[in-house]
Structure formats: structure tokens, C-alpha cells
Design a protein around this ligand. Structure first.
Ligand SMILES: NC(=O)c1ccc[n+]([C@@H]2O[C@H](COP(=O)([O-])OP(=O)(O)OC[C@H]3O[C@@H](n4cnc5c(N)ncnc54)[C@H](OP(=O)(O)O)[C@@H]3O)[C@@H](O)[C@H]2O)c1
Length: 335
């Protein structure tokens, strides 16, 4: 079977290789991958910016959906022929997050899915929402579940409340779709007026161009009668956090999840305490939340936004396309 590996932290070293078909051990499942979706994390992993100690060569990509090809001894949750989608933080099934769970994350240190077949633990698989094809299901494990974690698990978003999400990448577009389905008002920012139009067509109530409107937090306040939003899906990180805090209502929540503008910044702690803000660190979510989200997606018939599809041979081009940032929503690679 074919799998991508990289032997140095360099996207140019990502090559298709021929590998023996892996055999599932006890508690493991062999999955025939049918679709992958890309996340910013995949690029960071390949460039060595996520885990410099990763043993090379390694196979990247965290998110994938496919069909169970074979099961190891003792596997009871799935059987051959079942459609499945990977759960990113494989060992985080339910309850509070624990530090050791991150060692199980798919796409390093756990199994990378940029392959025709991969072996994963049975507990790292969930059933896709009803009616989803493989490409649609592949968009869920990181992007959709992170948006869900921000809005539902941490934000406790209620109908009638307002959210702000930054940029029009995979997490943000999912955040708009989920917020609308939850009965909330959605404000989104982008560097592109054309993307803001697309976001409005998808249901976003307001769009703000953060390039032509550098003081975008003032626009958010104006749109919310000076109050600010209830939940921020903070994909930006260091360069956007202070503005996002100003754009949040007293008592509101900032779901801190992204690093698009860097990882460290001087933060106005006065704003946090005077407004009694909650800053919630997000590392995707547990499997129970994934299954709850899937039930919600089925009930609401929400269709993932797939901006571009690539064939498996063009995975490196798909990663470069994501890096260029021209996409809107998710990029999928069909295996
Ligand atoms: N903690 C977690 O569990 C978790 C999970 C998933 C993702 N993340 C992180 O969240 C971030 C977003 O992930 P993603 O997969 O959605 O990325 P993505 O699909 O690559 O989205 C990138 C988009 O972000 C926007 N952007 C870039 N710089 C920006 C800025 N200064 N202000 C506002 N928006 C900006 C751009 O949108 P426009 O073109 O519209 O300007 C760009 O297209 C990444 O840092 C990723 O590592 C974290």
C-alpha cells in the first residue's frame, strides 16, 4: 500500500512510498482510508514546528475517514465494512483532559493517516453522521470538533447569543455553521471581502475585513450595541487576543485555540479581570463530545464546506494550497 512519509522537517521531503500493509494487533483496526482533510497542524508537523523530537521518517495527517478493512483480537466497537472517522485525541474518551492524552493524537505522535491504509486503536474511531460521505466525514475530527468545543463545551452557547470567529479557515467556517444551527448570531472576520460574501451566504450575520479595518474590535462592539460578543473562537493567537478581549462582553468566554499570528504576546490582564472574562484553552475535544456533535450535525442536516478536493497523488500541492491561505473552509484529499 502507498503512504506518504517525510524524512526531514521539510515539505519538499514529503514523498509517496510503498509500505507493507500493516496488521492490526489486539484492540486495533485496519482502516482503508477514503478521504483526508487538512489542518494547519499538518503543516506544522511536517515543518518540525509542532514536535521537533518526532522520530523520522513519519507519516503525517491527522484527519481521515474510511472503511474498516480488518479488526484485531478483542475488537467489539466496529466490524469489517463499517464506515468510520478517526477521533484525533485518540485516548481522550470522556471526562477532563489529561496531559498524557496528547501522546495519542493521530498524525503524530499517533498514527498518521496520509496512507491508503492505517492501523488505529478501536477506541479512536467513531461513526460518521448519517448521510455524510467520506470527504464530508473527514472534515470533522479537528476543525468541526474544535469549533464545537469552543462554542458548546467551553462557550455554553445559548440561542440568542452572539459569537465572533476570526478568519475563514476550517475551524471558523465550522464555527459559523454550528453557531447558526444553535440559534446564535455569528460575526466573522476575513482579509477578503469576497470570502466575507461567501460567509454571509453561508449564514454569517456580519463580516468584517480585518485588513481594511484594523480596529475590527470596534466594529464588533458597534454591531453588538457596545456590549461585545458572548463567545470568541480565537484562532488568531498572540496578535489578535487583546482585540478579541475588547470585543467580548463582560462575563464572556474566549476559546483560545489558534496560533495564526503567533504564540506569545503581552496581554491586558486588566481587561480579563474587569470584564470577568473566561479564557478557555482548547485542545479539540473528547470522543463523547465528537459523538454528540455528530448527532447534532445529523439532526440539523449541516453540510461541511469543502473548498477544494485533491487526488491522493497531489497531497503536497494540497498542503501548499492550505499554506497559501486562499481557501474557505476545508481542503480534502481523496485517497
Ligand atoms: N487548539 C486546537 O484544538 C486547534 C484545533 C484546530 C485548529 N487550531 C488552530 O487554529 C488555527 C486555525 O486553524 P484552521 O485549521 O482553521 O486554519 P486554516 O484553515 O489554515 O485557516 C487559516 C485562515 O485563518 C485566517 N487568518 C490568518 N491570519 C489571520 C489573522 N491575523 N486574523 C484573522 N484571521 C486570520 C485566514 O482567513 P482569511 O483568508 O479569511 O483572512 C486564513 O485563511 C490554527 O492556528 C490552528 O493551528 C487549533
Amino acid at each position: 500500500m502507498r503512504a506518504y512519509t517525510f524524512d526531514q522537517f521539510d515539505l519538499d521531503r514529503l514523498k509517496m512510498t510503498e509500505q507493507p500493509t500493516p496488521t492490526p494487533g489486539p484492540g486495533e483496526v485496519l482502516v482503508d482510508l477514503r478521504a483526508l482533510s487538512l489542518n494547519y497542524r499538518d503543516l506544522l508537523v511536517i515543518r518540525g514546528l509542532y514536535n521537533r523530537k518526532l522520530a523520522l521518517p513519519a507519516t503525517p495527517v491527522s484527519d481521515g475517514a474510511g472503511v474498516v478493512a480488518a479488526i484485531g483480537d478483542g475488537v467489539t466497537r466496529v466490524k469489517a465494512g463499517d464506515p468510520v472517522v478517526g477521533h484525533f485525541v485518540a485516548d481522550w474518551l470522556d471526562g477532563p483532559f489529561r496531559g498524557e492524552y496528547s501522546a495519542s493524537s493521530l498524525g503524530t505522535p499517533g498514527a498518521g493517516l496520509a496512507a491508503e491504509q492505517a492501523v488505529v486503536p478501536e477506541h479512536a474511531l467513531v461513526a460518521p453522521p448519517a448521510g455524510y460521505d467520506f470527504a464530508q466525514a473527514s472534515t470533522l475530527p479537528i476543525a468541526a470538533l474544535t469549533a464545537w468545543s469552543a462554542l458548546v463545551t467551553e462557550g455554553r452557547l445559548q440561542a440568542g447569543q452572539t459569537i465572533l470567529t476570526l478568519g475563514t479557515g476550517g475551524v471558523s467556517i465550522w464555527a459559523v455553521q454550528l453557531a447558526k444551527a444553535l440559534g446564535a448570531t455569528a460575526i466573522i472576520t476575513s482579509s477578503s471581502d469576497e470570502k466575507l460574501e461567501r460567509a454571509r451566504a453561508l449564514g454569517a450575520d456580519h463580516g468584517i475585513n480585518y485588513t481594511t479595518n484594523a480596529d475590527w474590535e470596534r466594529e464588533v462592539l458597534a454591531l453588538t450595541d457596545g456590549r461585545g460578543v458572548d463567545v470568541v473562537v480565537e484562532t488568531g493567537g498572540a496578535g489578535t487576543l487583546n482585540q478579541s478581549m475588547k470585543a467580548t462582553s463582560p462575563g464572556g468566554t474566549l476559546a483560545i485555540l489558534g496560533a495564526l499570528t503567533g504564540l506569545s504576546a503581552e496581554v491586558s490582564t486588566g481587561t480579563i479581570l474587569m470584564k470577568r472574562l473566561t479564557l478557555a484553552g482548547i485542545y479539540v475535544d473528547c470522543r463523547r463530545a465528537f459523538e454528540e456533535m455528530n448527532a447534532f450535525l445529523s439532526a440539523k442536516s449541516i453540510e461541511p464546506v469543502i473548498d477544494q478536493r485533491f487526488v491522493f497523488d497531489r497531497l503536497p500541492d494540497a498542503l501548499r494550497t492550505m499554506e497559501a491561505g486562499g481557501h474557505f473552509g476545508k481542503i480534502v484529499v481523496e485517497v
